[in-house]
Design a protein around this ligand. Structure first.
Ligand code: MG
Length: 451
């Protein structure tokens, strides 16, 4: 049996194995009890297992007195926005984000629309695993209502961003291909792009959860999108993951510019209009430091995980932040990764630059991150990192999250995943060869201490 993964990023498991309706019910009831029968916004991505899990979560919420507002198939950022918009006490998105189709999970939000804190996540976990929740009598049960205005509200908020000149973007009539991988993106991205005056071709639009390819928007999964861009001769391509918090950009030649550059472009646009702090996680590209330096703005780094970045952004009043995996966070709308926001800002940047996307890429700082992983089987990531640290006596080490070894114009970051039983090894350098060499050097070390 696979392991149910419960972390600060929520719950993830394999359907029919570690993630059953029973598990979903326990978490629904735990979250419901914790919110004392308040109002909870519930959304889900398009996964085939979504309706089943949704029923179980709703049962948990209603049985503990919660008033559920079901907003249907919607993105994670849409649930975040609606939780705040509807003055709800919390929100849940049923999704396993970019994980393959056999996975599903739950992401929990608090009343402010941010993900729940690490402490609250731990409370939910304990209450769910120990079945610490209280059922209501028949006259105190919660209720279920539906709200179909969520996508409209989200789009309206994106179009109201202060960094966008909607009329000017509309006039440019960009030609765009977007791949929503049969996830929740089909319900929002094409509509948003049309509202921005784009001529849109949509791939894998149907929100049926039968992902046309591996759903993580990594270059290796974007071949269909690249081919279509070349065939149609368009300005830009976008790919989003099933719960639409990550956005990858492909240039007019069909070449993915790399998911790190989604945030780089968004940050450049925002900082050119409003100076302030930038907050990213420790795994995010050094390109962000270069761009922030260009505008004389400071960068702060946090542990990986959206909530860690979000809390720091709230605290230090950042103007832009996010994660290098294509997650753009703009506090003017909400402090959460939002692919619709990323798409809109990329179009504005493209408009203002007057260049093609491949020309823009040439003007941006050049770094390459090589991403690898080591399967852990049953071993604890903590022990592996402790063993590894002993080998790092002569290195400059940042221990914000796992181990980040910083060298001249390069770094390697080794940490246990929040969502999968693996150790991630990310290495960044000025070119792929150097990044891969750095990755390989440390992969060897990880394997040595894993054995
Ligand atoms: Mg996601």
């Amino acid at each position: 049996m696979s392991k149910l993964i419960v972390s600060v990023s929520g719950v993830r498991g394999i359907i029919g194995d570690s993630l059953t309706p029973e598990v979903a019910f326990h978490f629904g009831a735990a979250f419901g009890s914790l919110n004392k029968g308040g109002k909870i916004v519930l959304g889900r991505d398009s996964r085939v297992s979504g309706p089943m899990l949704s029923s179980a979560v709703v049962a948990g919420l209603v049985s503990t007195g919660c008033k559920v507002v079901d907003i249907g198939i919607t993105s994670t950022p849409t649930v975040q926005i609606m939780t705040k918009e509807l003055n709800a006490d919390g929100g849940i998105e049923i999704t396993a984000s970019h994980n393959p189709v056999m996975w599903n999970g739950l992401k929990f939000m608090s009343a402010d629309g941010l993900f729940v804190s690490e402490r609250t996540a731990e409370k939910i976990k304990q209450a769910a695993l120990n079945k610490e929740y209280s059922f209501m009598s028949w006259d105190k049960l919660g209720s279920i209502s539906r709200d179909s205005s969520a996508v409209k509200t989200h789009i309206q908020k994106v179009l109201s961003l202060p960094y966008l000149d909607v009329d000017a973007v509309r006039k440019r009539r960009f030609k765009v291909v977007v791949d929503t991988v049969n996830g929740a993106g089909g319900g929002i991205i094409p509509e948003l792009l049309k509202r921005l005056g784009c001529e849109v071709t949509v791939l894998n639009e149907e929100m049926n959860g039968h992902f046309a390819h591996e759903p993580e928007p990594l270059p290796k999964n974007l071949k269909q999108l690249s081919d279509e861009i070349v065939k149609r001769g368009v300005d830009i391509g976008f790919a989003v993951d099933p719960d639409v918090d990550r956005c990858a950009i492909v240039d007019e030649k069909g070449t993915p510019i790399g998911e790190e550059y989604t945030l780089v472009i968004a940050a450049k646009l925002v900082l050119s209009k409003k100076k302030g702090k930038v907050t990213v996680n420790v795994s995010t590209s050094m390109a962000i430091d270069d761009v922030a330096r260009e505008y004389g703005c400071p960068v702060e780094r946090t542990r990986v995980g959206e909530i860690n970045v979000a809390l720091k952004m709230k605290d230090n009043k950042s103007v832009v932040g996010g994660e290098g995996n294509g997650g753009v966070m703009i506090p003017d709308i909400h402090i959460g990764r939002d692919a619709p926001v990323a798409c809109a800002l990329a179009l504005q940047y493209l408009l203002e630059s007057g260049k093609t996307l491949s020309e823009i890429k040439e003007t941006l700082p050049k770094y390459v991150i090589f991403k690898g992983k080591v399967d852990l089987e049953d071993k604890e990531p903590k022990l592996i990192l402790e063993g590894l640290k002993k080998l790092m006596a002569k290195e400059k080490v940042d221990e914000t999250d796992g181990l980040k070894i910083i060298r001249d114009k390069s770094w390697v970051h080794i940490r246990g995943s929040n969502t999968e039983p693996i150790v991630r090894i990310y290495a960044e350098a000025e070119n792929l060869k150097k990044a891969k060499r750095l990755h390989d050097e440390f992969r060897e070390k990880v394997l040595r201490v894993t054995r």
